[in-house]
Design a protein around this ligand. Structure first.
Ligand code: MRU
Length: 354
């Protein structure tokens, strides 16, 4: 398994995912601006991975700050938070990571600046390590939904490349494979950036999980003919009513699943649930450059010069289409998410079972 992001000897090393699958090239980021550029340009992408990148970006920035006390350190780190937050608006994970870092700094108010700098490195590495463990837990719960002989549809890439490792939507597949279950995956190519074709297909092939690539508009036909048993996708931000923002095209898949009576699961670390938002209409949706649509792989032009383009990067799937959200604490129906906020003790009672 190739790591999407690592902290190595005071630098952030990220895999340039825009070059995959043709080239495996790593980019060394020695300062936070390079990390921000990497997030914007999709060298690193996927909600949990960009949260980790933001935390590492803050840690890098901190090392270059000249300050002799807490307040002046905070004044200098604040603009870094803003710059990283401005890179990609839909995934909640950048915001989540920065809020976590702010809380940590507040708890250590008054400590020497050198201690704060060390703390930020440790926290960024911890966020990465925790993410992998969380994904494995998602995998253990999610594997219960996979049976021998199943064909699983997935959209975009919610694999190890989109996370610290192991993936969210792919974690149940990995665990099911470890359990000896025999199943196959259908990957939507995921226009326009082709995360499904370039990343998911590549990753699953490396894992030895049988995968078939389809164009996005093929999914409906395969559902109609009974060739898909369940769908598992990731999420960039989920509102507290269970509405799910994920890569553009996810909504279409969910509606098709409902029409064809196919369970539609969303694999989601609790950190990607934004309990401050009552519903999906409040989720900010990123629009990206027209060139992602008019050029394939940034090179080959496929549309007339000057054509109008809408390139909406994410859509919102209303919770009525979501069979269950598979989190590190178990799977839950969207309507039960709110109860997770209240008490851990009740968690067990609300778990959704296959
Ligand atoms: O634009 P991207 O490639 O960052 O979009 C990624 C997705 O939509 C993923 O499905 C989502 O972030 C979940 S990743 C575990």
């Amino acid at each position: 398994m190739v790591n999407a992001i690592e902290w190595v000897e005071g630098k952030v090393i990220m895999l340039d995912q825009t070059r995959l699958p043709l080239e495996v090239k790593f980019i060394e980021c020695a300062d936070y601006r390079k990390v921000a550029e990497g997030i914007r340009k999709l060298w690193i992408r996927g909600a949990p991975a960009i949260g980790i990148a933001a935390a590492m970006g803050v840690a890098l920035a901190a090392q270059d700050i000249r300050a002799d006390h807490y307040d002046s350190f905070m004044n200098k780190i604040e603009p870094v938070f803003f710059e990283l937050l401005s890179t990609r608006p839909t995934a909640v994970n950048i915001q989540w990571a920065i809020e976590r870092i702010k809380r940590l700094l507040a708890e250590h108010r008054g400590e020497p600046v050198s201690t704060l700098k060390d703390l930020l490195i440790r926290e960024a590495r911890k966020i990465l390590e925790e993410d992998i463990e969380i994904n494995k837990a998602i995998g253990r719960w999610g594997a219960e939904f996979i049976e021998d002989g199943d064909t699983i549809l997935t959209h975009c890439n919610a694999g190890s490349l989109a996370t610290g490792g192991y993936g969210t939507a792919t974690a149940p597949m990995r665990i099911a494979k470890e359990q000896g279950k025999l199943f196959q995956v259908i990957a939507d190519e995921t226009r326009p950036v082709l995360q499904g074709a370039r990343l998911t297909a590549w990753e699953l092939m490396q894992e030895g999980i049988p995968v078939t690539l389809i164009t996005d508009n093929t999914a409906g036909a395969l559902m109609q003919s009974g060739d898909i048993d369940l769908a598992i996708v990731g999420t960039d931000r989920t509102a507290r009513n269970g509405d799910v923002a994920n890569k553009i095209g996810t909504y279409t898949v969910a509606v098709l699943c409902k029409e064809n009576k196919i369970p539609f699961y969303v694999a989601a670390p609790l950190s990607s649930i934004d309990f401050s938002l009552p519903s999906g209409e409040y989720i900010p949706i990123e629009e990206r450059s027209p060139e992602e649509v008019t050029l394939v792989n940034g090179r080959c032009q496929i549309a007339p010069d000057g054509v109008n383009v809408r390139n909406i990067a994410f859509d919102v799937t209303p919770h009525k289409y979501v069979t269950a959200l598979i989190t590190e604490k178990g799977a839950f129906r969207p309507k039960d998410l709110k109860k997770l906020m209240k008490t851990n003790a009740e968690t067990e009672r609300f778990r959704f079972r296959p």
